[in-house]
Ligand binder design. Structure first.
Ligand SMILES: C[S@@+](CC[C@H](N)C(=O)[O-])C[C@H]1O[C@@H](n2cnc3c(N)ncnc32)[C@H](O)[C@@H]1O
Length: 483
């Protein structure tokens, strides 16, 4: 036989394992999923190559038509007798199917049958819902063996058996479940488990969900992937602040990707340090004269169901562009910027850089006295008005794309000045800023300019590359020099 490439060998092994475990071959789609290949055509190419090299055979009339070049003698047909409960005992059911299992590992006896497992009481023994167990018929078992137990002549269950004084304990392999105790005369052992054929679909799903957390934070990196999946890889309590703008209401099509704001909120809450902040830029879509309410719903959901505190909702007022003329509604020139805290209070808060000029700065003015709670007023005083004052809750930003040709390649950016303000106010000097919807990279670019560490995530490869391009052009500390 001819030599194989690394990928061909991996696919061949996967097909072999799959057939061994499930008795059928995988579909092309399953192979694509398993190896995270981008296109089915790539799977076809690999399978064709394996056929040409004489490792696989293909049956054109079946979606599961790939076979390893093995003879039929390698398998044996055994009866699949029905479903067994790995949970509460259920009434025994009879089916008249057969299943092909690899001969290897089977004892030389004809008293073998298979049962499909239902329930999760045996997960501790790697027997899960949907798996098939291979049973050797026998009426006795040693303590600790996995048995098919018939109770009161009507219900069967799959459990580990332990003989105790005057009773039999049928023990689940699942800490959440209690044992069943039966009198010896009420129990009949029908067989013992000798092998398990894993349900490959649930195995693949579990494998897909397996979360491997980063040993070290991927600092100053852009990660391409779904934000919820990627955030799962980040450790708890590791990030100081998030500045982001989700693709709400599918207003723009961002290459057709979808997202889940509730799950994103849950993961952000987990990865934030105590006192960490999420600053979000969000608006509602208008449809048939009504607003979608996504922004309000998200705020309520994140506070009521996820555990954030709403520190403030700032209005981002846009200026600098003419905007369209809307015949039947107002021209919307604002977005919302809810600021969420994890924990009691912001771990870092420095609003000095956010101060705004006072209209009457430098003048000496005599104001009216303050009104007291009993209705009387304090004496008026003369005071000099400071040149700068505390910023309010309406923040104005020039909305003209930052005159950056790279940034213009993205359809929905926010001005760099937004993360610039938030980061200075809420992120400590050595802190980490995260943007799970990084887009053109406005947040990470600004974090880098302000000397903070950053992590950016975007599902679109195109936008990840765009962020990386922008990051290359950044002069760390540039903003500080401009101030
Ligand atoms: C409003 S844009 C962010 C723009 C960014 N604030 C900027 O100034 O460049 C939203 C981004 O979310 C990305 N996105 C959509 N679904 C996603 C998902 N499930 N996971 C990660 N990113 C996603 C889109 O590709 C898009 O780039």
């Amino acid at each position: 036989m001819q030599t194989l490439t690394k990928r061909q060998k991996q696919i061949l092994d996967f097909v072999g394992e799959y057939i061994k475990k499930s008795g059928i071959s995988p579909t092309y789609e399953e192979i694509k999923k398993r190896f995270k290949l981008s296109a089915l055509s790539t799977v076809h190419q690999h399978v064709e190559a394996l056929i040409n090299k004489n490792y696989l055979i293909k049956n054109e009339n079946s979606s599961r038509g790939i076979e390893i070049k093995k003879t039929i003698d390698d398998f044996i047909q055994i009866p699949l007798k029905g479903t067994i409960a790995a949970g509460q005992p259920i009434e025994a059911t009879e089916e008249r199917e057969t299943i092909a299992v690899p001969k290897i590992n089977l004892p030389e006896t004809s008293d073998i049958f298979a049962l499909r497992v239902s329930g999760d009481s045996m997960t501790g023994e790697n027997i899960s819902d949907g798996d098939i167990v291979i049973i050797k018929s026998q009426s006795t078992a040693d303590s600790g063996q996995k048995v098919v137990a018939l109770i009161d002549n009507c219900e069967v269950t799959l459990k580990k058996i332990y003989k105790e004084k005057n009773r039999i304990r049928l023990q689940p392999a699942n800490l959440r479940m209690n044992p069943i105790y039966v009198k010896p005369e009420n129990l009949m052992i029908q067989g013992i488990v000798i092998d398990v054929i894993k349900n490959i679909t649930t195995e693949l799903q579990a494998e897909e969900k397996k979360v491997v957390q980063y040993k070290e934070l991927p600092l100053n990196k852009i990660i391409c992937g779904d934000c919820v999946d990627t955030l799962k890889n980040l450790p708890d309590n590791s990030v100081d602040m998030v500045v982001t703008s989700p693709p709400y209401d599918e207003v723009r099509k961002y290459n057709g990707f979808s997202f889940n704001l509730h799950e994103t909120g849950k993961e952000l809450f987990r990865v934030l340090k105590d006192g960490g902040i999420v600053a979000m830029v969000i608006q509602d879509q208008t449809k048939n004269f009504g607003k979608s309410l996504t922004s309000f719903r998200t705020i309520v959901d994140w506070v009521d169901n996820i555990g954030f505190k709403l520190f403030e909702t700032v209005i981002y007022r846009k200026y600098g562009t003419e905007g369209a003329w809307w015949k039947y509604r107002f021209r919307v020139d604002h977005e919302y910027m809810p600021i969420f805290i994890k924990g009691e209070r912001p771990a870092y808060f420095n609003k000095e850089p956010l101060k705004v000029p006072s209209k009457h700065g430098g003048k000496v003015m005599t104001g009216s006295g303050n009104r007291k709670t009993d209705g009387t007023t304090t004496k008026t005083i003369t005071r000099q008005i400071n040149a700068m004052k505390c910023r309010g809750t309406i923040w104005d930003y020039l909305n003209a794309g930052d005159k950056n040709p790279l940034k213009r390649k993205h359809p929905a950016v926010f001005p760099d000045k937004i993360p610039y303000d938030f980061i200075q106010c809420f992120c400590p000097k050595d802190g980490i800023v995260l943007d799970p919807f990084v887009g053109s990279g406005s947040t990470v670019v600004t974090a880098k300019q302000l000397g903070r560490k950053y992590i950016g995530i975007d599902i679109s490869e195109e936008y990840c590359e765009l962020s990386k391009e922008r990051l290359k052009t950044v002069n760390e500390g540039l903003f500080d020099k401009l101030k």
